[in-house]
Design a protein around this ligand. Structure first.
Ligand code: 5GP
Ligand code: ZN
Length: 116
């Protein structure tokens, strides 16, 4: 655990979150500032800065994270209409929290992937 990391502190129970799904290796909770009717963050419990670091250092953890995203989409009723899974990476990607997290977003048409 990284004591300076917001999401490690959520995993440790030091900061409250609305948890919607949990496995031995992953935790999913609602984004504090949702950008759509459904906006859930899915994280590995272990600290990795971003999705690239996770993929390089923990392939099994990467698979667990994607499986948890699929489970969240199912639980949140998103699978029929479709949804988006987003990993922001680094400054140009708009990443603000440097503990890898997938955004599972849906519940309305989401429009273009990025604006020009
Ligand atoms: P990023 O920009 O790093 O991809 O996304 C970080 C996300 O974390 C943002 O969507 C932001 O709203 C969310 N967030 C920031 N602080 C908290 C918090 O304390 N609790 C929860 N649940 N979400 C947070
Ligand atoms: Zn962390």
């Amino acid at each position: 655990m990284d004591n300076d990391c917001l999401f490690c502190r959520i995993v440790a129970g030091e900061i409250p979150a609305t948890v919607v799904h949990e496995t031995d290796t992953t935790l999913a909770f609602r984004d504090i500032d949702p950008k759509a009717p459904v906006h859930v963050l899915v994280i590995p419990k272990e600290h990795h800065a971003d999705v690239v670091t996770l993929a390089q250092n923990d392939p099994a953890g990467s698979a667990d994270l994607l499986a948890a995203c699929a489970a969240v989409a199912e639980l949140e009723g998103l699978t029929g209409d479709g949804y988006r899974v987003i990993f922001n990476v680094g400054a140009f990607g708009g990443q603000e929290v440097f503990h890898v997290h997938a955004h599972v977003v849906g519940g309305k048409p989401l429009g273009p992937m990025v604006s020009r």
